[in-house]
Design a binder for this molecule. Structure first.
Ligand code: F6P
Length: 412
């Protein structure tokens, strides 16, 4: 465990003033008294001021990483340093909630937040700590929630700044219910957090997935093949939808719009008949067929567990090959979609939400997630966010517009 430097350190100690000198050297009594008074005054003033204004804030990043985690922490930190000058201390917890549970932390310096705007990953590290296991003791019998509360109180934190996605928000809300001061920031490439139009990481991931589709386009024009690009998103299809449209995909398959394999192969054949040499399919990791969508959740999970293919793209490829005799190629950009520098949009967004979090801390408004609604930065109560997914709405304008220009969602 890291040693914790004293927060309210006093520069002068009253006991160190040699009292006996008052009796031995009455001539100097006035002088000593003056010094003593000044010391006491400075010391008390200093403590009083610090007791009132000094802030100690914990930072943690949890769940899958994404671009702009560092940029967001930088935004919060710079905001706090502007507001509190040197009267704020930031403690970084390592590897998400794990750091809070096991008291693995480091004292951050202002310089830690310099030069990180463009850096991918997270300087604090992260881990997935499933919400459903939060009330289950760890292998050594440790009560995780109690341990997190203990660390928070032991460090005399004023609040916790938590950067995370859906699972992270459920735990953040749990900590709020347990009486901790929490401010959260919307992180995930999936953009599936309820209560915000945007999450940081999303635009960067869309750019990368789009770039992948663009590169496939050039090779696709040289070959008469079907290309499948599998985009991240097990539960929701926002990244696939946006990258699919931006990359000019012919077919976009999403978890929210179950597909019919015959409709998909129909599109391929129609394109071939119209002398279009290739077909590009953008498929989300969690895309599901109409047939599977009819199964109960448990049945589908069991089916997935037995699936002989590594992922949906491989299953689709085999079926398309069987039904069309077309050569099929698969590209899975995978975690590259979460890697590297944040795009310009995410840097701006991270800075805005970071600054807004610092403002909330200044105003002691806890229990909120910073969000964006209708282009405005706002705050949403954590209890409203926790446990809800923001999915692609099949009736949304973007889907209708995509259909209008002939993009197929494999459903009709
Ligand atoms: O939640 C973000 C995300 O990248 C999803 O899009 C993806 O399905 C999942 O995480 C991958 O998780 P992991 O990094 O644990 O393999």
């Amino acid at each position: 465990q890291n040693p914790l430097p004293p927060l309210y350190c006093t520069e002068f100690s009253v006991q160190k003033i040699p009292y006996k000198d008052f009796f031995l050297a009455p001539l100097f009594s006035l002088y000593y008294n003056l010094i003593l008074d000044t010391c006491i005054h400075i010391s008390t003033e200093r403590n009083r001021r610090k007791d009132k204004t000094m802030k100690r804030v914990g930072f943690l990043t949890s769940g899958g990483d994404c671009q702009a985690l560092n940029a967001t922490m930088r935004g919060v930190a710079k905001g706090l340093y502007q507001i509190y000058k040197d009267e704020v201390e930031i403690i970084g917890f390592e590897d998400g909630y794990k750091g809070l549970m096991y008291a693995n932390y480091l004292m951050m310096k202002q310089s830690d937040f310099s030069g990180v705007l463009t850096k991918g990953g997270t300087m604090l590290g992260t881990s997935r700590q499933p919400f459903k296991l939060m009330r289950v003791p760890d292998k050594d019998g440790l009560d995780k929630v109690a341990a997190m509360k203990h660390t928070y109180h032991k460090l005399s934190l004023d609040c916790l700044v938590i950067l995370g996605g859906n699972g992270t928000h459920k735990t953040a809300n749990l900590l709020r219910e347990e009486g901790l001061n929490v401010v959260t920031l919307p992180k995930t490439i999936d953009n599936d957090l309820w209560g915000t139009d945007m999450t940081f990481g999303f635009q960067s991931a869309v750019d990368i997935a789009t770039d992948t589709i663009d590169r496939i386009h050039t090779t696709a024009t040289s070959h008469s093949r079907v290309f499948i690009i599998e985009v991240m998103g097990h539960k929701v299809g926002h990244v696939t939808l946006h990258a699919g449209i931006a990359g000019g995909a012919d077919v976009i398959l999403l978890p929210e719009i179950p597909y019919d394999i015959d409709v998909v192969t129909g599109v391929i054949q129609k394109r071939a008949a119209a002398d279009k040499k290739f077909t590009i399919i953008a498929v989300a990791e969690g895309a599901i067929s109409k047939e599977d969508a009819r199964l109960k959740k448990k049945e589908y999970k069991e089916k997935l567990a037995k699936r002989k293919y590594p992922s949906i793209a491989y299953e689709l490829a085999e079926k398309i090959q069987q039904k069309t005799d077309k050569e099929v190629r698969i590209t899975v950009p995978g975690h590259t979609q979460r890697g590297g520098s944040p795009c310009a949009y995410d840097r701006v967004f991270a800075t805005r939400v970071g600054a807004a979090a610092a403002e909330l801390i200044l105003n002691q408004e806890y229990g909120y997630m910073i969000a964006m609604k209708n282009q405005k930065i706002t705050k949403v109560p954590l209890q409203d966010v926790a446990g809800k997914l923001k999915m692609v709405d099949p009736q949304d304008g973007i889907i209708k517009e995509a259909r209008t220009i002939g993009i197929s969602f494999g459903d009709q």
